[in-house]
Design a protein around this ligand. Structure first.
Ligand code: AKG
Length: 279
């Protein structure tokens, strides 16, 4: 193992029924302590409702400014995109407006626009045992990552991706920003591929080794890592992992069926009173 590699248990993935609150709370603590890679709450949301939302989304003409860039920029990749506008893609000034537009768009996609967002917040409240802060209207509810056949997201850490964005300053004072917990709910799985993969490089290694900040795309070292872990998700699962510290990618999507994933960032509040969620 090189000096830039986390121990293998850092990548363990625990799958528990969403109803098993006790196991889920323990896993949440282990993720914060760095002793667990990811938690999957199986059956957290109703697959039929998510399928209906996916069908509505596919039929919708999403305005250009709410769909123009992928989660991690590969602007040469036409098969990648997002639905919604997040902090990453907004300036400090235009973020509230674009967040409100995203909220309105999600109102057209989801039967009950509060349902998925409220459900994620309720799970976070239970997991953290504290309050969940995201003032309605001020923050985008989430974004939907949209990957077509041939698309993939290269290895990266979300903390670079976010910390460099000016709109992130809206939430930065509230949170402990090295721990960025990424919540994902698959809305539609592709025919094949399109899995989240974790690699045994993590942000703390780079800091401890005094390495220069790696670029947001760390494909080469991450591909050479000794340990990789594929996370296989079903529609309706809720995934939680520390995307700030764990290097991750999405493997190439195969086939005609689009991969649609609801993605939210969360982070522990600095004062220990719970978590913030934001996009
Ligand atoms: O699953 C996706 O489409 C995006 C996941 C990801 O890499 C991220 O949000 O940082």
């Amino acid at each position: 193992m090189s000096s830039l590699e986390a121990p293998p248990n850092y990548l363990d993935v625990l799958v528990v029924p969403a109803s098993d609150r006790h196991a889920a709370q323990g896993a949440y603590g282990a993720i914060l302590d760095g002793g667990l890679g990811a938690l999957v709450l199986r059956g957290a949301f109703e697959p039929a409702a998510l399928a209906a939302a996916s069908a509505r989304l596919s039929a919708l003409e999403v305005p250009e400014h709410l769909r123009h860039a992928p989660v991690v920029s590969r602007l040469d990749e036409p098969a990648m995109g997002v639905v919604g506008r997040c902090m990453r893609l907004s300036g400090l000034e235009d973020y509230p407006k674009s967040a409100a537009e995203t909220r309105a768009l999600f109102g057209q996609i989801f039967d009950d626009p509060e349902g998925l967002e409220g459900g994620v917040a309720a799970f976070l409240r239970e997991l953290s045992g504290g309050e969940v802060r995201s003032p309605p209207g001020a923050f985008a509810p989430a974004l939907i990552s949209r990957l077509r056949g041939g698309a993939e997201i290269p290895y990266h850490f979300d903390n670079f991706v976010l910390l460099e964005e000016t709109a992130f300053r809206l939430v930065a004072p509230l949170i402990e920003s090295r721990t960025l917990l990424n919540v994902q709910v698959p809305l539609q799985r592709p025919d094949a591929g399109g899995h989240l993969e974790l690699a045994s490089y993590h942000w703390d290694d780079f800091v401890q080794a005094g390495a220069p900040r790696p670029d947001a795309h760390v494909d080469t070292p991450a591909r050479d890592a000794t340990h990789h872990r594929l996370v296989e998700l079903e529609v309706g699962d809720m995934l939680l992992f520390d995307a700030g510290r764990i290097c991750h990618r999405v493997t190439p999507v195969v086939g005609a069926r689009e991969r649609l994933t609801y993605v939210v960032h969360t982070a522990p509040l600095r004062d220990g009173s719970g978590v913030a969620y934001f996009t």
